[in-house]
Design a protein around this ligand. Sequence first.
Ligand SMILES: Cc1cc2nc3c(=O)[nH]c(=O)nc-3n(C[C@H](O)[C@H](O)[C@H](O)COP(=O)(O)OP(=O)(O)OC[C@H]3O[C@@H](n4cnc5c(N)ncnc54)[C@H](O)[C@@H]3O)c2cc1C
Length: 458
Amino acid sequence: MPPSTTYDSLTSEAIANLRASFKGALLRPGEDGYDQARAVWNGMIDKCPALIARCTDAADVVSAVRFARTHHLLVSIRGGGHNVAGNAVCADGLMIDLSPMKGIRVEATNQTVRAEAGVLWSELDQATQQHGLATTGGTVSHTGIAGLTLGGGLGWLMGKHGLACDNLLSVDIVTADGELLTASETRNEDLFWAVRGGGGNFGVVTSFEYQLHPVGPTILGGMILYPMEQAKDVLRFYRTFARSTPDELMIFAALLNTPDGTPVVSLIVGWFGPLTEGEQHLKPLRDFGAPLADLIAEVPYLQHQVMFDAATPHGMHRYWKAGNLQDIKDDFIEVVIEQATRQPSPYSTILFFHIKGVAARIDPAKTAFGLREDQWDFDIISQWTDPAEAQTNIDWTRNFWNQVEPYTKGVYVNHLGGEEEATRVRAAYGPNYERLIELKTKYDPGNFFRLNNNIAPT
Ligand SMILES: Cc1cc2nc3c(=O)[nH]c(=O)nc-3n(C[C@H](O)[C@H](O)[C@H](O)COP(=O)(O)OP(=O)(O)OC[C@H]3O[C@@H](n4cnc5c(N)ncnc54)[C@H](O)[C@@H]3O)c2cc1C
C-alpha cells in the first residue's frame, strides 16, 4: 500500500490544479466551513482531513478520486455522516464529501426515483410521498441514503418490500481507477451485486435509483410503553408475537428512558397494510399486559419516519455494540434487564430491530447482503453529552457486550463500531465474503477504498 500523503506535503500548487476542474468547495484546515464539514453525527469523532472536497456532481467525484490516486491520499467518503465509527472522515487524507449532492428525480408513472448521494432519508421520503410512494429507508430521517443503502438498509418497510438495497435498480459509481460506471442487473452486474451489501468498498456511488411502492399517506404506527418491571414478560411476549404477524406488521422493541427519566420497555409498531385490517392484527398486542401508555394511532407516513429523530441528535458522544440474534432466549432477557438497570446515561437505548418478511426470505446469494433469516439486529446504543463520561459509558457497553455476545451470530455491517476484530467484519458479510473478496480484487486491487468495514483484496 503506498504511503499516505499528509497535510504538510499536499502543496498549494496541487490543490490549485485540482481547483481548475472542480466545481465544489475545496477546504483546507483553518478555512471557513472546514470544521463544519468534518463534523459528523458522532460527537466523539474529531479527525482532520488534509483536504475536504465538497463534490457537486459525478464529475467532481471523478476529479477527487483521480487527485487522491495521484497524490497517494487516504480517502474517506461522506454521505450522511452517520457511521458511528466516523469512517466518513479521515485524518490527513482526502475527505470526499457528497453532502452537497442533493438532486432527486421521482418518476411517478414508473414508481422509481433517482437520488444523488448526499440526500438524507427525510429529503427522499418527502419527495416520494408527494406521489404517495416510498421505498424502504432508515428509521431516523437525518441518516444518509448512501451509507445505509450500501450496507443493506433496515427500515420499517423491509418486511413488505425488502431492505433498502433490495429496492435498488441501478447506481452510478466512480471506481478506484477514476471511471464513472453504471451498475444494474444488466450492466456491470457483478459490481451491482457487490454494492448491495458490500458497503463503500467498491467505489463512490454518486446516485441511486430505487423502486418505489404505494405507501400512506397515513399508516398505523407508534409505540406502547410498559414499566420496566414488566420487561421480562413483555420481551417474552414480543419474541413470539413479532414472528407471528404478517409482513406488513413490523414491531421493534427498545429499553429506554422517557424524556422525564422513567425507564420503560417499549414495543414500537408500524402497520403498512390496509388501515382497516391493521387493528385486527394489533389486537393481541393491545390486549397484552398493563401498559403505561398506548400511543399507536393513524399517523402520516412522514411523521412515522421521524419518530426517533429527536432521540438521536447530531453531536452527542456515542459508542455502539451490535450483533444478530436468531432467538431471544430467557437468560439473554435476564442479562439485558439487569444491564439496563446499570446504564450510566439516560440517553442510551437497547434496541431489538426485527428483520423479517421479504428482507429475510430473499436468497442470500442474490445480493452481497448475505445474512438473510428471520432474526433481530440487537444494538446497545450508548449516548452521552459530557466528554468526561466517555470511559464510564464505554466500559458499561463493553461489559454488557461481553455478556451477550455469545448469544449472537453475525452482525449488521452498518452497525459495526470502530474497533472491531477482523472476524466480526468477516461475519457481517456472512456467506458472501469470499465472492466479495474476488470482486474487491477485480474493482479495487490496491484497496484504495479502505476506510470502511474493509474487504481486503488478495
Ligand atoms: C441515528 C442512526 C440511526 C440509524 N438507523 C438505521 C436504520 O434505521 N437502518 C439501518 O439500516 N441503519 C441505520 N443506521 C446505521 C446507518 O445505516 C449507518 O450509520 C450508515 O453508514 C449511514 O449512512 P450515511 O451515509 O449517513 O453515513 P456516512 O458516515 O456518511 O457513511 C458511512 C460509510 O458508508 C460509505 N459510504 C457513504 N456514502 C457512500 C457513497 N456515496 N459511496 C460509497 N460509499 C459510501 C463509506 O464507507 C462511509 O464511511 C443508523 C445510524 C444512526 C447513527
